[in-house]
Ligand binder design. Structure first.
Ligand code: PLP
Length: 319
């Protein structure tokens, strides 16, 4: 908690609490600690990378005063960028698939972003953004960047995506946990959170085991063929076989979670722990429970609560 007055809401990003899921693990052997990224100003961990990417670009002069910022987003990065760009005076264009939930587009627009929605591929289902859908969004993003001579806040490639978590999220967790952590598992989109946290955890102690979490049937990083690309776990699982920020030397294993397991776990977070989070947070909890039942029985596992359940009110997560 900050004691001082923040000059803007940008300074209210990060320093989120770490909460033990003591009710869910009541009858289990081991602990799960959850980093409450849903409590950021834009209700997701992506506020952190928005701040880092923009501040890095200002420092390197890759971004000029008043220049338009554009990014492809599943909603959360766009919300973070809408907040940061709005305060700093950069016009921001968010390019998003129509497959992502509607709340996200409305929130970005409310925060001052121009939101461009891209149609899904024929046969794709709303709420299920596939790698193919993402390619469409990528093409449109590139077109808008060229047209407006904009700065692309490219979360899949700019170091800020990694640095936000290497410099802040990971160190905060290590400081807050006090005792050693044994494992970290994370549902991967750009891989920035996994990459940054895994790198700092390994720097602190090479004993910490780090696991990539992917949708069951779309475990491309694990090297499996994609049989279920249209999964429900929004924000990641894009069936990309390699990610810039995922250093294989930091990956101790690959875990898979089904849509149903992610949803059940998200509902348990809400009912049992009072933590109102989304699909990917549920995926992280489901994966951590696999680890507690397996190689990390009796140990301490860290997960990220990626975003708020409020972002999914129009889905069937809460019906
Ligand atoms: C809700 C949610 N969960 C998980 C992720 C994946 O995080 P990362 O891109 O750091 O791998 C994202 C990324 O957009 C997200 O929005």
């Amino acid at each position: 908690m900050r004691a001082e007055v923040c000059a803007s809401v940008i300074q209210a990003i990060g320093e989120t609490p770490l909460v033990e899921l003591a009710r869910i693990t009541r009858h289990l052997n081991g602990r799960i600690l959850a980093k409450m990224e849903n409590l950021n100003p834009g209700y997701s961990k992506k506020d952190r990378i928005a701040r880092q990417i923009i501040e890095d670009a200002e420092a390197s002069e890759a971004l000029a005063p008043g220049q338009t910022v554009v990014e492809l987003t599943s909603g959360n990065t766009g919300t973070g960028l809408a907040i940061v760009c709005g305060i700093k005076g950069y016009p921001f264009v968010a390019v998003m698939s129509k497959g992502n939930s509607e709340e996200r587009a409305r929130m970005m627009a409310a925060l001052g972003a121009e939101v461009v929605l891209v149609d899904q591929l024929p046969g794709s289902v709303p709420g299920q953004v596939s790698g193919g859908d993402l390619e469409q969004v990528e093409r449109e993003t590139q077109r808008i960047v060229r047209e407006r001579q904009a700065f692309r806040a490219d979360q899949f490639n700019l170091e800020g995506s990694f640095r936000a978590h290497y410099l802040h999220t990971g160190p905060e967790i290590l400081r807050q946990a006090r005792h050693p952590i044994h494992a970290f598992c994370d549902f991967v989109g750009s891989g920035g959170t996994f990459g940054g946290c895994a790198a700092i955890f390994k720097d602190a102690s090479p004993q910490v085991k780090c696991y990539v979490v992917e949708p069951r049937g779309a475990a491309a990083l694990a090297g499996e063929p994609s049989s279920h690309p249209n999964h429900r776990i929004q924000g990641g699982g894009y069936s990309l076989p390699a990610l810039r920020f995922v250093n294989r030397r930091h990956v101790d294993g690959y875990l898979q979670v089904s849509d149903e397991e992610a949803m059940q776990a998200a509902r348990r977070l809400a009912k049992e722990e009072g933590i109102f989070a989304g699909f990917s947070s549920g995926a992280n909890l489901a994966a951590a429970l696999q680890l507690l039942a397996g190689p990390h029985r009796g140990q301490t596992i860290v997960i990220i609560i990626c975003d708020s359940g409020l972002k999914y009110l129009t889905t069937d997560l809460w019906t």
